[in-house]
Design a protein around this ligand. Sequence first.
Ligand SMILES: [Mn+2]
Length: 444
Amino acid sequence: MSASVATVHAERRARVMAALPPRAVLLLAGGGEVTRNADVHYRYRAASDMVYLTGFTEPDAVLVLAPGRPAPFTLLVRPRDREREIWNGRRAGVEGARAQFGADAAHPIGDLASKLPELLDGADEVWVQLGADRKFDSRVLTAVADLRARERRGARAPRRFVDPRDLLHEQRLLKTGAELAILRRAAAITSEAHVAAMQSARPGVFEHQLEAEIEYVFRRRGAFGPGYNTIVGAGANATVLHYVDNSAALAAGDLVLVDAGAEVDYYTADVTRTFPCGGRFSPAQRRLYDLVLASQEEAIDGVRAGGTMDAIHDTVVRRLTAGLCELGLLSGDPVKLIEDGAFKRFYMHRTSHWLGMDVHDVGPYVLPGPGGGVMPAPRKLEPGMVLTIEPGLYIQPDDEAAPAEYRGLGVRIEDDVVVTTGAPEVLTAACPKHPAELERLTTP
Ligand SMILES: [Mn+2]
């Protein structure tokens, strides 16, 4: 790891430690390899919090931050092991954790059970996200029980458990210039991949072949791969929100929905495009598409400091409900239709989520209510936050109450947007979404 990159992580840890009370100890497990079957693992991807705070990306690492101690930054890692490294790859080891990653102290992960009581002895508060990793929880609770049992002999067990998410994730929610630069690269690669998919969409081509075009661009351009499972849904498959079979053939006249994002240096883009197979939208497809696009553009314009995701979502719901009435998919008073949630038959998800290291990135969506109120209040947008804007409409193929020409159509349009001090920055603006462009790109 280069010195400047190491500095970034040191600064992040310093901010966390400055916010921790003096006798607090923060514990973070980076996660381990997950078995796919027998002795085969899924490809490993380290936990985002671990990478964010240390840059350490090997499995089976534990981070300990203890601001009041002689060694405030401790890592427990897999030790060097010549045999294992020949089979499975190099390890930084205990020495590397100190020399390359700047740990004040490092221990083999196998010593976790014996080191934890030592690390927690005398701490008032343990900052650990219980419930995320039951095996790790159990280790922590065992260590605490051990200290309690030894209190008559001078040990002192922690008195409080604190959820560290707000502290850690507040930082991750507000992206720095360097983080935005990585997201711009992820967005550029993602846009290129979506264009490749559009250009490959022909009758008879399979959804998985579009998936392959997309992921080929991701890997060729140096991305880790997709930041989440790629969705390619043609025809009525576009109405399945998390369709990942990607096994059907495209037919002439289908709309094709592609939701795919490249992960670059642990940051992912998240983009959806919907385009015709064969170069032309049908009139009904075009009406539905134009409605979603109009709502999306209006929503993007609402990504301003001081606004809220709720307000943006309400804008989309109003626009879509009015449009659904015009198209004959809903009928009645729009205000009442919104109150009753009638639009949810066609628009059943939210408009936005945070985006960053995780596709559904961390950070609170609501804050405690003002003035000690119990009802949480939606979080106001601030410069540096990154969110998706992804309205959609999905008409189920068996929805007999819908006009026949709309049945089985699914449209979603999703861009990644940065809140700035002025106009929103659309990271994925290079990815075509205007109908004329889509028709040009998909024409055989
Ligand atoms: Mn999304």
